[in-house]
Write a protein that binds this ligand. Sequence first.
Ligand code: SF4
Length: 229
Amino acid sequence: MDRYSQIDNKNQREIVLLKGFPCIWGKCSFCDYIEDNSTLEYEMNKLNFDVLKNITGKYKVLEVINSGSCFELPKATLEKIKEIIKEKKIEKLFLESHWCYKNRLKEMRDYFEIPIVFKIGVESFDYDFRNKFLNKNAKFKTPEDVKKYFDSPCMMVGIKGQTKEMIDKDMEIVLKYFNHATINIFINNTTKLERDDSLVAWFKEKYEFLNNNENIEVLYNNTDFGVGD
Ligand code: SF4
């Protein structure tokens, strides 16, 4: 599995996919990447340190992801990230967190002492689709609720059961409320959820203009950031 990459087009940055403790929720119906979670702290830190060695500071921007929230990274890994931020003069960090940690984001902002772009897996602003169908357990009501805490929503597109109307509404909200967002096109995985190819084809055509929007990153494959498998 690739765990280090450089994103050279939009929002240039280095990105690492680290190993963390089990995702606090772990029950989203579309997610099988929690299989990367571990409870073996020593092994996790060893692997994470090896991955972090790749960071050069080339873009002064770093994104750290794990299959869960940044709060699930081992303490020694967080310390190593902080050390590297200082050493490589990183000026901005992208981190990701589930909605349930919304009241703890400041801990990370204070700890790393550099601006953090906090991503959140929103998947959809449609309450029922998000919480009942995708079982996301992110029970906010409005985009303003999200924006109060987070900087950048990650959206999901192309699952059977999702509608064009839901996606139109989601894209409208993303463009209206947020300065940055990631759109993940669903790829079939080991879960029971299925990709809707006709919905994906419709989205690609209708929302092609997003490819030219510097602040919206559309991932047509879940390895488009160069990490994962
Ligand atoms: S919160 Fe994220 S990592 Fe956890 S189960 Fe849901 S999608 Fe997977």
